[in-house]
Design a protein around this ligand. Structure first.
Ligand code: PLP
Length: 296
């Protein structure tokens, strides 16, 4: 057992050569050593896909939805299909090898590989999550930022890869820094034609007249595994759920807002663009209890 774990996939995809059927699915490696070759397209172009999976008491949560999105993202980038058996093995083994800790995460990364090799690079890195309590209990301040794309960009310009979880997060990180410059904790992207999209690393859910509403997932945003499970929680509680086009006026009219993501789970929004919002902290606690007790 160790505090951080790295499993390097020997054959991240069966579609790519070379394949040695005798090789183990993965090889243990030391996280602090250098593994990435300088010509890896993941490093030099952000050309690859990833997932970050919550791990609670050694159990990966929403594993199959994460793997399904990993496959979808890879397909959107024309990458070879991830060999899910190998990835599952590496994820489960990494979770089991991690020091016992209540909350951790496992990050799966598959890049296009070293330029010219035709072979993807893949690894699973796992580590403790750190304390997520402040965001969950005190809430977060967000500012809205124009993403600069229309809400139909996924259909009109699929090469922009909106809706894929790619390694190209420099834009998301720039938006986060801009939010911090404006005194907030996170940014909420809005389309150039006025529809609310998603956070820099999270989905939005609004409580509206007793319903839970989230932006439609065909508008160039990630379909969130956490949001999907919050809808599952809501349905179990008899709360109606829906996927809609939401405007900033809809946000203003909502009774409570959350940003949802793996690792942080449900963070209630305490202000939008400097305007205080009421938070439903008892509901937030119930949502987080539900999310942290998922057994799949
Ligand atoms: N949207 C973006 C841009 C993200 O990066 C993430 C997660 O990292 C999410 C939404 C939430 O996805 P999930 O709940 O599956 O972690």
């Amino acid at each position: 057992m160790t505090d951080t774990v790295l499993a390097v996939l020997n054959q991240p995809s069966r579609d790519a050569a070379p394949h040695d059927p005798e090789a183990d699915a993965f090889t243990w490696a030391t996280p602090l050593e250098e593994h990435l070759q300088v010509q890896d397209l993941g490093a030099i172009r952000g050309d690859g896909v990833f997932e970050t999976i919550t791990v609670v008491d050694g159990r990966p949560q929403a594993l199959e939805p994460h793997l399904a999105r990993f496959v979808r993202s890879a397909a959107m980038l024309d990458l070879p299909a991830p060999d899910l058996d190998a990835w599952r093995q590496a994820i489960e083994a990494a979770c089991a090898r991690l020091d016992p800790v209540h909350e951790a995460f496992a990050k799966t990364v598959m890049t296009r590989g070293v330029e010219g090799s035709g072979r993807p690079t893949g690894w699973v890195y796992a580590a403790p999550s750190g304390d997520q309590t402040p965001a969950r209990t005190k809430g977060i301040a967000v500012v809205t930022l124009d993403r600069g794309y229309r809400h139909d960009v996924e259909r009109t310009s699929p090469w922009l890869l909106q809706g894929a979880k790619t390694l190209s997060y420099a834009v998301n990180m720039a938006a986060l820094r801009e939010a911090e410059r404006r005194g907030a904790d996170d940014a909420l992207f809005v389309s150039s034609d006025g529809y609310v999209l998603e956070g820099t690393r999270a989905n939005l859910v609004a409580s509206v007249d007793g319903r839970f509403v989230t932006p439609r997932t065909d508008i160039g945003i990630l379909a969130g595994t956490t949001q999907a499970d919050v809808f599952r929680f809501a349905e179990g509680e008899g709360i109606a759920t829906s996927y809609e086009l939401l405007t900033l006026a809809d946000l203003e009219a909502a009774d409570a807002l959350w940003l949802l993501s793996s690792v942080r789970q449900a963070a209630p929004i305490r202000s939008v663009n400097g305007v205080a919002r009421s938070m439903d902290l008892p509901m937030t606690e119930r949502i987080n209890d539900f999310l942290l007790s998922r057994d799949a």
